[in-house]
Design a protein around this ligand. Structure first.
Ligand code: NAG
Ligand code: NAG
Ligand code: NAG
Ligand code: NAG
Ligand code: NAG
Ligand code: NAG
Ligand code: NAG
Ligand code: NAG
Length: 625
């Protein structure tokens, strides 16, 4: 994308001429916004450090970097102006100081616009990039901005704006301040590691040889509580017109990168002088299959969870999803699926049933050597559950009918609210939780079910409950490096209400039977340490399976977003399972986060757990099977 293709939104200010020459550092100042915004300046001297399609970057020729707080470089916006100038030219320029952003949710970039060349001095001056972490402070590795109150994911969010508060930069503590303090600088990243896939434009997030926190075993950076990896920087379009590779992936080692720091499309970024190059990729290219294997009995059942990304009967990715379930998840006894579309997928008509979609999937699984799964779901009311129009995404279960069955099945419709009845049992099995509550507007209603294991004599034993969720999306979030602080977490109010409804439903089962076996799983679209989920745990009485199973915090990820390896998909289990005799086990299988963009099948990784659902002896007596 080129900035010239966008409307240039500039803050308006009267054009006042500054009466004495200014240094570039004085123009930038030690805050986000220039104290000279809107003013006409002259006799600004510097050396050209880089050229781009629409302008050039100029660095003060005075002794550099006396002061880490203030950038001594600036972008000079003007295509014609740059035409006859070359890297290494010493020039004196006048123009208008301008704060520019292409979108009101972004941070402003300080630039010199309408430039006029006042004089040209020597050519061929040496231009050395600042080595990040050596000629600069260390990039801060945890916090983004002094305006985040210590937590970039705090709720409520968007309580202040960088463009209004305009804080003094503290580049040793806050990542955005660090990159802002280098705005316009020519820099070098030594030993870069890619921590995202290339996006459609080839843009790729990296960190260099500086200290990082959150590094996972694939060399990505995992988001943890109060640490969302501001030490990373995205590498944007090369200045020489070459294109970054599109197959870069998590953990790739890249050749050294030299480029200029700027801000565009919501992020601080380095525009490299030429395209980045991959030196080495992580081995093995794909993860191993899960080590968790079902015991085929109550103290070792396997439970998989997979957001299958808009799967329908004719989806090209359906056979690959089936083979993932068989080969990588070892065909769990039970599957929680999310994002299953109706039989004709995105065709926006009256079809809402997913029987064909789920039959096609179970047939493909059987053909791939898996079990002959049975499925159950509840078709939503047409176009009431969000997602692609006409797709009617829903959650669904697959289960091995030789082992597991619904306990006293009594399926509800899309608008029937299941309830917890004495027993505990469910009014509708499977059923939806409070489906007409406005908390679920344009979102998926959780699918709750009660199950039993089929005993050798054919009786039902060891009942357990499941809740399969796909909470509202994070659409509408602002950039983590955007104007709103803390950044707007799109849909967080919806997820809060959804978490409370689901938690209260679960609690009503545990109120009747504190030793009930309950598993809730799916795409919660939220991190475990953010309020909707911390409240979910507190209200429901469930426990986070990552914690129960002792998964290393840095290996808890199922999704890549911007610079972060992060976890949107979770399982939460009741105390009876968390404290069962056979310890709970859990694995995230990075079959989609590790390959490049073309090699991924879904945008989420699947997970698999091995759990003990044997009824405790004392409670078992009260079960009516
Ligand atoms: C800019 O430099 C020229 C030449 O040295 C001088 O005549 C002029 O007064 C200077 N203007 C400012 C605003 O300093
Ligand atoms: C750095 O520059 C800023 C703005 O020009 C100034 O306020 C600050 O005092 C300087 N700091 C040091 C250590 O010189
Ligand atoms: C660039 O140099 C050429 C040749 O000297 C000249 O014709 C042209 O006007 C110059 N362009 C600008 C923008 O100064
Ligand atoms: C889908 O399958 C269920 C269960 O077999 C059945 O009750 C329902 O009628 C089917 N729906 C359609 C549209 O075939
Ligand atoms: C799978 O189960 C269905 C229904 O229970 C049955 O009709 C079908 O024959 C089974 N397929 C295989 C391969 O066992
Ligand atoms: C079936 O087996 C279970 C567990 O061993 C036992 O509790 C139950 O009484 C048996 N039921 C019948 C009908 O034999
Ligand atoms: C943040 O709040 C401001 C009002 O203070 C509003 O103008 C802006 O649109 C909000 N930003 C986002 C991303 O929601
Ligand atoms: C990546 O680039 C190659 C070569 O330019 C192109 O053939 C391929 O289609 C691209 N792949 C994707 C996923 O964009």
């Amino acid at each position: 994308m080129s900035s010239s293709s966008l409307v240039r939104l500039c803050s308006l200010a009267a054009t006042v001429a500054v009466s004495s020459a200014l240094t570039i550092a004085e123009i930038n100042g030690d805050k986000y916004l220039s104290p000279y915004n809107g003013q006409t300046v002259s006799n600004v001297s510097g050396i050209v450090t880089a050229k781009g399609p629409d302008g050039l970057w100029l660095r003060s020729d005075a002794e550099r970097r006396q002061n880490f707080t203030t950038s001594e470089s600036i972008y000079v916006f003007g295509r014609a102006f740059a035409t006859n100038l070359t890297v290494g030219d010493a020039i004196v320029v006048g123009g208008q100081v301008q704060e520019y952003r292409s979108n009101k949710d972004y941070v402003y970039l300080t630039e010199l616009s309408s430039p006029v060349l006042q004089s040209k001095g020597s050519s061929g001056n040496n231009v050395e990039p600042l080595i990040i972490g050596e000629d600069t402070a260390q990039p801060p590795s945890e916090q983004y901005s002094s305006l985040d109150g210590g937590d970039v994911f705090a709720v409520p969010n968007n309580v202040s704006l960088v463009s209004v508060a305009n804080p003094v930069l503290n580049p040793k503590q806050y990542g955005m301040d660090f990159w802002e303090s280098l705005s316009g600088e020519l820099v070098k990243v030594r030993k870069p590691t890619a921590i995202s896939k290339a996006n459609n434009f080839g843009d790729t997030w990296v960190y260099g040889d500086w200290e990082v926190t959150g590094k996972n075993s694939r060399a990505g950076l995992t988001t943890v509580d109060k640490d969302a990896n501001p030490e990373a920087i995205i590498i944007g379009s090369p200045l020489d017109g070459t294109k970054n590779p599109n197959a870069t992936k998590l953990g790739d080692e890249l050749e050294e990168i030299t480029g200029v720091v700027t801000y565009a499309f919501g992020f601080y970024r380095i525009l490299p002088t030429t395209a980045i190059t991959v030196k080495n990729s992580q081995e093995p290219a794909l993860p191993s299959a899960t080590k968790l294997i079902s015991e085929g009995k109550c103290n070792g059942l396997t439970f998989g969870a997979y957001n299958v990304e808009n799967l329908f009967a004719e989806s090209a990715h359906l056979p690959t999803i089936a083979s993932h379930i068989v080969e990588y998840l070892n065909a769990p006894d039970f599957m929680f699926l999310q994002e299953v579309q109706d039989d004709n997928g995105p065709t926006n008509d009256d079809v809402v049933s997913a029987n064909l979609t789920l039959s096609a999937l179970t047939a493909a699984i059987a053909a791939a050597g898996g079990p002959n799964y049975t499925f159950t779901d509840i078709a939503p009311t047409k176009n009431q559950d969000g997602g692609a129009p006409g797709g009617n995404i829903r959650t669904a279960y697959l289960y091995d009918p030789s082992l597991i069955r619904l306990s006293k099945p009594n399926p509800g419709t899309s608008v029937d609210a299941s309830e917890v009845l004495p027993g505990p049992t469910l009014k509708y099995n499977p059923g939806r939780i409070d489906p007409t509550n406005e908390a679920w507007t344009a979102s998926r209603k959780p699918l709750v079910a009660q199950w039993e294991l089929i005993g050798t004599n054919g009786t039902g034993q060891h009942t357990f409950f499941t809740v399969n969720v796909h909470f509202g999306s994070k659409g509408g979030s602002s950039s983590i490096q955007g104007d709103a602080r803390p950044p707007a977490n799109g849909g967080v109010e919806d997820r809060q209400a959804q978490a409370e409804l689901t938690a209260n439903f679960v609690k009503s089962i545990l109120d009747i039977d504190p030793s009930a076996r309950i598993i809730t799983a799916g795409d919660f679209n939220e991190f475990a340490f953010v309020k909707p989920m911390t409240d979910y745990v507190a209200l429901s009485g469930l426990q986070d399976l990552d914690q129960v199973a002792g998964i290393d915090q840095l290996e808890r990820y199922t999704y890549l977003f911007d610079m972060n390896s992060q976890q949107l998909d979770h399982m939460y289990v009741s105390p009876a399972i968390a404290e069962a005799q056979t310890k709970a086990q859990y694995e995230h299988i990075h079959i989609n986060t590790w390959p490049d963009k073309a090699g991924e099948t879904s945008d989420h990784d699947p997970s698999v757990a091995k759990l003990d659902v044997c009824a405790p002896a004392a409670a078992a007596a009260s079960y009516r099977v």
